[in-house]
Design a binder for this molecule. Structure first.
Ligand code: AHR
Length: 491
């Protein structure tokens, strides 16, 4: 039995809605086909952006969208992606399959996508192979309202008024694909590039420095020490890889042992945020600088027969658990974690949407984003959880992952994951300092640990109504099915 206490009178701060952010890179079929089909396509579209995807993203209330990379960002030259499409120069996408990129999806198309779905743009600039001038001019092109070559060029290209935009990343993975730099060198470059990322007429840019991957605490230390004062956010990347980097494991063919290991590795996110956060606390005790986890999710071997450079993988119930556990961890650390971006939105890695020509399906991960969106901008409630153990051989992890929040209307939402692949889990929740009289819920589960939605069977894993939560006075008893994600609404 798991015992949980939720303290309604102790707030942990606001769960920034940007924790539910996304990431779309020029990689495989994410941008081209997944989002952009072009105005002449038979697939119904709005100015080249497919309508089915637009609707699915709107329904999810995507708060923020990161673009154009990833590794692609440090090879991307934005000037090649504006103006008449047929005149835009092509380039080789060296990181991702060596395919030819025609630059048809550029700044205007991305900003329109964000406007259509109501998301804040988060643009990642090129430090690795770009110049300070190129970066400065991109900001001027997008945000300056006046008579300058960049602003006039934007107008010629069809956008009279500047866009408002806030989130800008200064390079991506500068310790790796973004230039193989040392933290000392990157910290200096960050200071230089960030200086020229200007705020024009009331547009206030939130500057995000490239942060560490995984356990690289030295990177965080050096960045905070040398450049913390100039940044608003510092990123962190962590992927859940069940196997090794060389042999990651299949997205759909796995046993209970691999299920367990995958979820155990997902829980590492808690340790990473805690330890990177402690370093940040030393330099920034007020928590002014946000921790921006702008790449997270599961990374498996590509689907057999697909281009290895396209990172296309299926998405099962296991991925739903990965998403639910991560969100509960992000909520716990909401004072420091101000944004996260799942990698990636469509057809790449832990995608929320998969497409096949004109067909589109929602993955189990999509449904978790949908169920959890009630936490966006709500107040995280202090919670303690004494969880039953989930054992596999000699190893054990907590069986239950949980978080809770209260929205502005006073509704309380509790999200729970039962990690156990075989056993239901009984959770007793003490609702302290709360006066609640009704409960209803939604559950996501399936018969098998590797059940997934595909184009012939798109609804194999979909949310259903949940009736196994009993509220009596301030005690809630919940029976979670094995391998499930549940969100409860109480008022
Ligand atoms: O998301 C795929 C890639 O993973 C990104 O391009 C890169 O930043 C990371 O290594």
């Amino acid at each position: 039995m798991t015992k949980v206490i939720i303290n309604g009178d102790i707030s942990k701060g606001i769960i920034n809605k940007n924790i539910y952010g996304h990431f779309a890179e020029h990689l495989g079929r994410c941008i081209y086909e997944g989002i952009w089909v072009g105005e002449d396509s038979d697939i119904p579209n709005t100015n080249g952006i497919r309508n089915d995807v637009l609707q699915a993203l709107k329904d999810l209330q995507v708060p923020v969208l990161r673009w154009p990379g990833g590794c692609f960002a440090d090879e991307y030259h934005w000037k090649d992606g504006v103006g008449p499409r047929e005149q835009r120069p092509k380039m080789v996408n060296t990181h991702w399959g060596g395919v030819v990129e025609n630059n048809h999806f550029g700044t205007h198309e991305f900003m329109e996508l964000c406007e259509l779905i109501g998301a804040e743009p988060y643009i990642c600039g090129n430090v690795g192979s770009g110049t300070v001038q190129e970066m400065a001019q991109w900001i001027e092109y997008i945000t300056f309202d006046g008579d300058t070559p960049m602003a006039n060029w934007r107008k010629e290209n069809g956008r009279e008024k500047p866009w408002k935009f806030k989130y800008f990343g200064i390079g991506n993975e500068s310790w790796g694909c973004g230039g193989n730099m040392r933290p000392e060198y990157y910290a200096d470059l960050f200071r230089r590039y960030a200086t020229y990322v200007r705020n024009f007429r009331g547009n206030n840019i939130y500057r995000i420095a490239c942060g560490a991957s995984d356990f690289n605490y030295r990177w965080t230390e050096v960045l905070m020490r040398e450049a913390g004062y100039l940044m608003d956010g510092l990123s962190l990347h962590y992927y859940t890889i069940p196997g090794t980097w060389e042999n990651k494991g299949s997205a759909t063919e796995f046993d209970e042992q691999t299920w367990f290991i995958t979820l155990k590795k997902t829980l590492v996110m808690d340790e990473l945020i805690t330890r990177h956060g402690k370093i940040m606390d030393q330099y920034d005790p007020q928590k002014r600088v946000g921790l921006i986890i702008d790449e997270w999710g599961a990374w498996y071997d590509v689907e057999p027969g697909t281009n290895p450079g396209f990172l296309y993988q299926q998405n099962t119930l296991r991925d739903a658990l990965i998403a639910g556990i991560n969100f509960n961890i992000f909520h716990k650390h909401c004072e420091r974690v101000q944004m996260t971006n799942i990698a990636q939105t469509i057809n790449v890695l832990q995608a929320i949407i998969l497409t096949d020509g004109a067909k589109m399906i929602k993955t189990p991960t999509y449904h978790v984003f949908d169920m959890y969106k009630v936490h966006q901008d709500a107040e995280a409630l202090e919670i303690s959880c004494d969880s039953a153990e989930y054992r596999m051989g000699e190893q054990s992890i907590p069986e239950v992952s949980v978080s809770a929040s209260r929205n502005q209307q006073g509704q309380v939402h509790i999200s729970l994951c039962n990690l156990n692949h075989a056993q239901e889990s009984i959770v007793e929740i003490d609702l302290r300092g709360l006066d609640l009289s009704s409960v209803n819920g939604t559950v996501l589960t399936a018969d098998q640990i590797n059940t997934y939605n595909d184009f012939d069977n798109p609804d194999a894993v979909v949310p259903k109504s949940f009736n196994d939560a009993k509220l009596q006075q301030n005690k809630l008893v919940v029976t979670l099915p094995s391998k499930s994600v549940v969100v409860l609404a109480l008022q």
